[in-house]
Design a binder for this molecule. Structure first.
Ligand SMILES: Cc1cc2nc3c(=O)[nH]c(=O)nc-3n(C[C@H](O)[C@H](O)[C@H](O)COP(=O)(O)O)c2cc1C
Length: 254
């Protein structure tokens, strides 16, 4: 693999969940957000709200950004041009999610280059109602994710990833063999076990079916079981997310 400063920074990044009290300067914050703005975009549908209260920010981070999928601003520009959005909400959302996410990830990389760390917090959509009130969000703005940021007060190891051949497919999508799946699972599970990740976090997702006996301990509970339990047991009702989108005026069937 080729190495240079940019690649090394990308390969060495890890989510940071503990921060020093040092407050990023206005120049650092502006630099991070400008680098975010410069991400590729479909329609510039990403916006960010900065929150600067460590007492209320997740992980007491000195700053956090609410990353917004912002279709309202596009409509303002269109209105000034005498147009009205007729593109469906699902279309606008699909591109809005991308614009906002690429912007956020540029901010992550820029922060890293300035010696800062960050962590995404996925609960934002589920806080839509509160965030609409707290942050004055108009209709057609959807809170996608929170991004905490500041100077690291921890130095966790780089977390494992699937082997590259489990992510990169040459021309055609492969038929996964049991061996490929096992190798990829092993890479992830061994990686997280070596870091004692779930024991240190003291967290194991409980089995929803109480009649099932828990067979895992922190000696063998690892990422593939964790992620499977999430996706097998949680977020089953599509109404949960549809309701949130409707609250934001973005019903995906309109
Ligand atoms: C959309 C999204 C939501 C996330 N939500 C959370 C979260 O709620 N809490 C948390 O501690 N980490 C969260 N993360 C961070 C991931 O746990 C982390 O990126 C992943 O475990 C890989 O670790 P690394 O970033 O250190 O490589 C989230 C990441 C993404 C992209």
């Amino acid at each position: 693999m080729i190495r240079n400063e940019v690649i090394d920074s990308l390969m060495g990044r890890k989510s940071i969940r503990k921060y020093t009290d040092q407050i990023p300067s206005e120049e650092e914050i502006l630099t991070v957000v400008r680098a975010g703005q410069q991400a590729p975009f479909a329609m510039q549908l990403g916006s960010v709200i900065i929150q600067r209260n460590p007492e209320t920010n997740t992980f007491n981070a000195p700053v956090q950004f609410i990353i917004l999928c912002d279709i309202h601003r596009m409509e303002k520009v269109m209105e000034a041009r005498g147009w009205k959005r007729e593109a469906s909400n699902i279309h606008s959302l699909l591109f809005g999610v991308q614009d906002a996410a690429y912007m956020a990830q540029n901010m992550v990389t820029a922060a890293e280059s300035l010696g800062m760390g960050s962590c995404y917090i996925g609960v934002a959509p589920y806080m839509s109602e509160k965030l609409r009130q707290d942050c004055n969000l108009p209709d057609h703005v959807f809170p996608l994710v929170i991004l905490t940021m500041g100077f690291p007060a921890e130095d966790p190891p780089v977390r494992p990833r699937y082997p590259v051949e489990f992510h990169l497919f040459e021309e055609k999508y492969p038929e996964f063999t049991g061996e490929m799946v096992n190798r990829a699972m092993d890479e992830m599970d061994r990686g997280y076990l070596e870091q004692d990740y779930y024991r240190k976090a003291n967290f194991m997702i409980p089995l929803a079916d109480k009649s099932q006996e828990e067979k895992f301990t922190f000696d063998n509970y690892s990422w593939t079981e964790h992620i499977s339990r999430k996706t097998a047991q949680w977020n089953r009702d599509p109404e949960d997310i549809l309701k949130l989108l409707r609250i934001c005026g973005l019903s995906p069937t309109e």
